[in-house]
Design a protein around this ligand. Sequence first.
Ligand code: NDP
Length: 395
Amino acid sequence: MSKVLIVGAGGVGKVVVHKCAQVPEVFSEIVLASRTLARCEAIQREVLELVGRRIEVRQLDADDVSQTIQLLDELSPDLLLNVALPYQDLALMDACLARRVDYLDTANYEPPDVAKFEYSWQWAYHERFKEAGIMGLLGSGFDPGVTNVFCAYARDHLFDEIDTVDILDCNGGDHGHPFATNFNPEINIREITQNGRYWEEGEWKEIPPLSVHQDFDFPGVGVRRAYVLYHEELESLVKHLPGLKRIRFFMTFGEQYITHLKVLENVGLTRIDPIEFQGQQIVPIQFLKALLPDPASLAENYTGKTSIGCLIEGRKDGKPKRVFIYNICDHAECYREVRSQAVSYTTGVPAMVGAKMMLTKKWRGEGVFNLEQLDSLPFLEALAAHGLPWHVEER
Ligand code: NDP
């Protein structure tokens, strides 16, 4: 029995609330707080209708540490589950530290004015979280999140030595729009337009955006072209997979998506620095976000599947071994269950499962942790039970 404060009422937040509401024996009290109260109230109505549980809602500006501290004082939750934007991570961690509340998120901190993400800012909280006797779980979505746990499972149960890991993320779905992003457009486009980066033989290699690709046969989807991107789980996995020689992250994009993105970039609409427009300052990418479909609105007519996994090569008992550990998730089935599309679903379910691990004390620690530092088995068991079955295929 525990009380969870969920911050962020977007596409992922909605799935997290639904999934927590489905597990009343762990999440006995649920409060959803976000910048726009009306979005919290819409989720509140939907969860009452579909799950039959009434959650509490609050308005909160999570950039304001004192507001979050006030809310923690009012509610005394056991855990703060952050599914707002990466910009809010540090402010929410500060509030958790001040009131000794456990913390979980799904994406690492990003400063709004630089398109750069790395764990250094959040890892710097380790000692303070330890001294306060609280736990922070970083990156409990699908990637990062489940992909880290797949790697931990391979390290601890399938291999004696791991040489290479390719994380491969495919959305084989169709939402019917010429161009839309599947999660927050600003965060998504910042990620894709950065230089690609991967780690090989002890050093980071940087490449121009979308310049390296491979065609991969994704289970449940078929062959798709996937491009190297930098992704945050690479940074922590390099530390926690001993003997690793190379790790890369690939994501699939269709030609139409890449063409749109190039045009938007060429005309300056993906810029993150403010420009003067009719007497006021606007940030082009924020203006673009306002024009693009809200990712949550894509759900109703989305068809097809996501297929995401880790291709791992190494040795077991002296013999070479190669496995693909993956999950397939169907957009339409997600809509039937929680009125969301599969990208939000595959992020929201592991966020709930990570929270469940912490609240039931199956995962416990003082300080901040990435998921591969914890026991993979209870997490993977719960993941399958709560809607994301996973498979291991020898290749
Ligand atoms: P959305 O933009 O749909 O939702 C974000 C929500 O956060 C919105 O409701 C927004 O409020 C709220 N918010 C923003 N700023 C504040 C603030 N200052 N105070 C309070 N609330 C705020 O994003 P998604 O749901 O698509 O993504 C949520 C998170 O999940 C992101 O951090 C994203 O990077 C991460 N993610 C992780 C993945 C993984 O696999 N690990 C995959 C996909 C996403 P408002 O409604 O007012 O705009």
